[in-house]
Structure formats: C-alpha cells, structure tokens
Design a protein around this ligand. Sequence first.
Ligand code: BES
Ligand code: ZN
Ligand code: ZN
Length: 484
Amino acid sequence: MKYSFKSSIDKDIKSRIVLIDTGKELFDTSKKIASEYGVKLNTSDIPGTQLFRSTDKENDFLHLIDIKDLNSKKDFVSAFLNAIKSVRDFLSESLIIDARIDGSDSIIQAIVEAMELSNYHLYQYKSDQDKKFKSLDLSVQCIVEEGMQAEGDETAHKHAAIVKYQMKCMDLVNGPSNKIDPDHFASWLKDESKDLSIKTTILRKKEIVAKKLHGLLSVNKGSGKEPAFLILEYYGDPDDGKTLGLVGKGVTFDTGGVSIKPDKNMHYMKSDMGGAAAVLNATLAIAALGWKINIVAITPITENCVDGESIRPGDVIDSYSGKTIEVIHTDAEGRLILADALSYMAKNFEVDHIIDLATLTGSAVMTFGYAAAASFSNDDDLMDRISSAGLACSEKTWSLPLWETYGDQMKSDIADIKNMATLPMAGAITAAKFLEFFIEEHPSWAHLDIAGTSFGETHYSKDKAATGYGVQLLCYLAEELSGS
Ligand code: BES
Ligand code: ZN
Ligand code: ZN
C-alpha cells in the first residue's frame, strides 16, 4: 500500500471515503454531498456510515463516515475497516480518504492501520489460500489540511512499519503449535533479524542446561521439543540512550502439564506465546525504524506438556536466580520460565527498565475481559508512561497493586516460594508477586498480564484470534522514552 498526503482532491479518482461530522443530520447532509459528487444513493447498513455508488462504473463510490461518536483510535480503525470491507470488491488502484475534518496524527495512524490490517487473513493453512483472498495494494491519497502533508508522510511510514510487525506477531499467535514451536521461533528470529542491525543470541537445550535455566528446563521436561531462550539486543543510542529490557512468555502450547487443563478450550492455548511474539516484534519494528533507544529482549520458549518426564505438583525445582520453587500447580508454568528470564535480564544486562508481557492468568481475563491488560509496577513513573502509551494506541492497561499481603500467599514451607497462592483469589496479583520475587530488586519493573487482550475478538475471524496486542504499546512507549 502506498500513502500520499494532499490538500486537494484529485477528481479523476472516483473511489472516495470521506469523513464528516454531522451527528443527527447525517442523512440530509450525506444526500447533499452525494449529489455534489454526482453519485446516487445505493446502500448502507452500518450505523454512522453512508455508502453511495454510481450504478454504471464499479469503482465509482462515495463512502461517508460520521466521526461524531468515534473517540479512540480503535473506534476510527474499526470504522475504516468496516468501510473498506463494504467497498473492498469495488476497489482498484487508487482510493481517496478525505480526512480534512480531523487530519490529526491519530486519524492518520488509524487510516494506515486499517488499510494494512484489511489485508490480514487466516487462510495461510488452507490448501486453496490463493483463491480465498485478494490482497489490496492501493495508492491511498489522504486529503489533509494544508501544511499537514510532511507530518502525514512521516506518520504513515512509521505506522505502516509498526503494523507490519503487529501482523507478524498475529501470525505467530494464530499459528498452530505443531508449526509455531520453539524450533520455528528460533529460525524465524534468525531470519527476521538478519537484515537489521540487531544482535541475536539463540540458546538451545545444551546452552540452557549450561546456563542453569532450571525454571525453563523444568517446564520443558514433559515436552518432546527442545526449548529455546532467545536474546535480542538493539543499540540505537549506545552512548547515552535509555535501555529498555523486555521479557515475553513463550509457551507454544499450554496443556497445563500434569495439572492438566479441561478439554473445552484447550485449543486456544496455542496462543500462550503472545507475550514473546509481542516483545520480539516490537523490538524488530524499533530496529527497522532505527529509533534512538537501546533494547534487550529475552523470550524463553517451550511447550508445557504431559509426559512421564513432566514435573509433578509438589516438586521442588531450582531456578536461574538460585531461589528454589515449590511447584504446587504445573499449569502455573509461565511464571516459572519468566522467573529465569527476569533474573537473567537483571543479572546480565544493565537496563533502565524491565517490562514483561505474558498471557499469565485466567484471573486477568476474569477481571478485565478483553478490554485491558492488568498492569503492575514498582515504579509509578514507568506505570504512568505505559498507561499513556496504551491509551494513545488503544491497547489499554489498568493497574493492580503489589501489596505485600498478596506476597504472603506465595510463601512455601519447604522452598523459597511456591508457584500458586494458598487461597484461590486475586490470581493475577499473586502471579505478579511471584514474578517480583525474581527481578533481583530492580527499581523499575512492570508486568503486563495480557491473557485477555492478546487473543480475543477481531475483525478478521469468527472464533477468537490474535490481536497483536503489545507491539504498538511497546513501540509507542519506546518512541516516548527515546524522543524519536
Ligand atoms: N496460560 C495460562 C493463562 C491463560 C488463561 C491465558 C486463559 C489465556 C487465557 C496460564 O499458564 C495458566 O494456566 N494459569 C493458571 C494459573 C493457576 C494454576 C495458578 C490460571 O490462571 O488458571
Ligand atoms: Zn498454564
Ligand atoms: Zn500458560
């Protein structure tokens, strides 16, 4: 897709989406506008929109979107996605999007995001995928106020890159666990990082054993597939820039282990690597954009399976930090691999902040549904920055406390900590307290439980599917921290 920004309309292009702000007068006004454009009323069944089509020429249409009730970027993206869906079959070569009524940066982001996401589909594994989907490759002319053109170009370039990596994240999360396994993650990362100035370290079983990453090894015991411990380092401002440490949970399939999950929705557990996918893709996007910031990303990758070798409830395991863990429940496996990754980050890299993203608990889903990630931090300033980045890109977070009373629930009689609370309450918080035990007292750490936001309702699927949550959030945050 190509984007250009103009302040006047090219009359030769007959495919037009126009933003208007009319409220109740939509019908009257839109009829008037349509007659000015010389097209007749044809069809419209989406509230707040009007689609006019000329009867003879196919790609001759005028699609009006009323922005009166649109507030967040997400609202705008949905409105554009709906508009593109209804005119998709009539589109060829060029499209005008007249955004003069509100040519703000956020609208331009929404336009680019919707145009790119409109090409996203799930047909990759169908044998006739080519017949199923015709990708759009349009020249999109955005009409903005005089003087906004240069800013538009920059925003479009930046945002198209971010959304490209968001879609790569979605591919990983949507992919089945027999294809997207630790081997795949390792070769995918090698491939993706080869043309970027980024250092990639891929540790497999032998090195993971040598490094004593026992949390990851314990979860991996029941799996026939070797684990991977992936480290990405990007130094966009090595001299005096901030360094962001990112950690992501990468469980390519979570059966629950011996504490096995019920069968009903177990197939969704192919998505239990949404944190790793988000962290890796955000880092790649930032490296591709060459932003002035430093990032270290670490993602432990494994399956959590049932086998004669699997860890059992009640087992006591070691961890990279040296602390011992009583495994009360083998389905609380994410925190075991994150414990290793967090202390590895804190001990081996000098980072200003550590942020981990993980599809960690059902409790976060029960609390916030699909609407927000549960966020936790020991640094109020970092928490504020995450929260504003989330609002700006419509990947919301909402904070929960890390009070010590929740930590008391994680005390073990026979080990340094246990992996599940005594009482079946406040599961997202007690999980966060467990992670906090492994950050080696780093003063600026945040944890985002993305179990509800990473995989849910989407514009492109009937069943639950990947949202790509986290890629934009981390990019917006990094841009803010870097001043890029
Ligand atoms: N991967 C799950 C969490 C999850 C649940 C993600 C629903 C997405 C949707 C995690 O490993 C898990 O099973 N957590 C347990 C922890 C419990 C045993 C302490 C949970 O939340 O039930
Ligand atoms: Zn689990
Ligand atoms: Zn899990």
